[in-house]
Design a protein around this ligand. Sequence first.
Ligand code: OFO
Length: 171
Amino acid sequence: MLSKIIEEALNQQVTIEAESSQVYLAMASWAEVQGFEGVATFMYAHSDEEREHMLKLIKFINERGGQARVSELKAPPTKFGSFRDMFEILFKHEVKVSESINDLVDVSLKEKDYATHNFLQWYVSEQIEEEALARTILDKINLIGDDKGGLYLFDNDVKQLIGNGTNSSIQ
Ligand code: OFO
């Protein structure tokens, strides 16, 4: 059985994952309109992954006798400047998500909830991979700069990175 403190903390993470999914969906749509099909495909897939992260939390909360909360979400931006700016936002966003996962792990230890602690390990390793992937992409974009030909090739390559930030399938 989840304590009220853990239930609330997990529910806050549900909202964070749902908002992440929305942010990446907005990025996908923006990239699609700019004609960058590869980046758009990558962002649509990433948005789906975040929704899966959210669902995994919802199921865990409900299975452990709590009640998952599906709440109102902040609207994401509709424009992202350049690809560099967009991937910078993505990287910073993932760093923030990692911080909130770390805080959750902390709460689970304080509450002596070892089942939740164990469950959260999946998110800890997922975040290591997601941050590394975002950093790799940013490094590539920084190398390309504003070179149109480079961006065109990047748009093709980025599709191959889909799923790289996922450490296992979601049950
Ligand atoms: Fe991109 O992060 Fe979920 O957990």
